[in-house]
Design a protein around this ligand. Structure first.
Ligand code: PEP
Ligand code: MN
Length: 363
């Protein structure tokens, strides 16, 4: 896959002073709903209106989309407001209907990206199109699978490609509906700096109150756009109601978001510095989370030792860890001195945890 991507040019053709804003309801529900939202979005920074027509739902029996009639509503919205329109496609029939309706942006959903068979069918159906095609990350945090899907589209002579970061499923409950795993998106950016990257804070968050923060982190990491689920009556939405915001809230949000796109030498420096700092914040966050998990395991070991009457400190095991980690540290450019101090600090904290367990302060 080459680094060249004309979607980047397309982004420039928008001539936007700010990252691309795609907004609109999770699902098209009625003609009236689509048109109401479109007219409200017209007065915001939104360039493209999104709406799901065919909805992939976790369980059957939920609202599964209005189907192709929704495309007529989107076409009408486009004619009345001048907004471009976007929808999700998951098979050849969807693609044929969306192309027939002159949908400007087609996206592949997270549940489709996981399947190379589905992606290939969509790529074949889209072959040679100059429409913009955006690939959402697969539900599982697998960068190769995500890039593999982009490559299938690229091989089908689709030049205007981009990706949407919508977070990843986890079994463990977190504060997110789909864990962002920012590091994975950062790696993708490093590998393909010209591939436009759009954040979908709505599906990452699953709730309204952290959408702003997610957008800000993404913009600090130099993302090219945001895709935000927006509904005129969010609490009455037929799908994903908890995460939708009103067009008015979107407008307020984009006014407050720090979008660092103005170009000057000083700004360029500040932007770069800020991006690098955000990358460090992302990693620090991971380190602390992992350390927390490590200590929980230390607690479990403490409980086990208590039951079996075993001493906390086992020098042999500690020396083995230290040797292994010093070697791995050296391979990663870390000095022996640093790795030793760092591990000692972790080890002490572990011992303190286990001590509490053994003395009965902690179960
Ligand atoms: C959506 O955008 O409404 C959607 C279904 O998203 P995802 O594929 O990310 O779950
Ligand atoms: Mn949705």
């Amino acid at each position: 896959m080459t680094n060249q991507n004309t979607f980047k040019n397309w982004l420039e053709a928008f001539n936007l002073e700010h990252p691309l804003v795609i907004a609109g309801p999770c699902s098209a529900e009625t003609e009236d709903q689509v048109l109401k939202i479109a007219h409200q979005l017209k007065n915001t920074d939104t360039s493209v209106m999104r709406a799901g027509i065919w909805k992939p739902r976790t369980k059957p029996g939920n609202f599964e989309g209005v189907g192709k009639i929704g495309l007529d509503w989107l076409k009408k919205a486009k004619a009345e407001t001048g907004l471009k329109i976007a929808t999700e496609v998951a098979n050849k029939t969807h693609v044929d209907l969306a192309l027939e309706a002159d949908v400007d942006v087609l996206w592949i959903g997270a549940r489709s990206t996981v399947s190379p068979f589905i992606v290939q069918d969509i790529a074949d159906a889209l072959k040679g199109t100059d429409k913009i095609v955006l690939v959402k990350n697969p539900v599982n945090p697998d960068l190769s699978l995500w890039l593999g899907a982009v490559e299938r589209l690229h091989k089908a002579d689709i030049p205007n490609l981009g990706v949407i970061h919508r977070g990843f499923s986890t079994y463990e409950k977190t504060r997110y509906r789909n864990n962002p795993e920012w590091q994975l998106a950062v790696d993708l950016q490093n590998e393909f700096p010209d591939l436009p990257l759009i954040v979908d804070p709505s599906h990452i968050a699953g709730r309204r109150d952290i959408i702003f923060d997610i957008c800000q982190t993404a913009l600090d990491l130099n993302y090219d756009g945001i895709m935000v689920e927006t509904h005129h009556l969010p609490d009455e939405a037929w799908s994903d109601l908890a995460q939708q915001i009103t067009p008015e809230a979107l407008d307020q949000m984009t006014k407050v978001l720090k979008i660092r796109k103005e170009h000057s030498e000083a700004n360029e420096f500040k932007n770069k510095l800020n991006t690098l700092r955000t990358k460090i914040d992302v990693i620090d966050h991971q380190i602390i989370n992992q350390l927390g998990k490590r200590m929980k395991i230390a607690d479990e070991i403490g409980t086990l030792k208590k039951k079996n009457n075993v001493a906390i400190l086992q020098t042999k095991r500690w020396n083995e860890i230290l040797d292994k980690m010093i070697k791995e540290g050296t391979e990663n450019g870390l000095s022996e001195d640093f790795v030793t101090k760092f591990l000692k600090a972790i080890h002490q904290e572990s011992i303190a945890h286990q001590h509490k367990v053994l003395t009965g302060d902690k179960k």
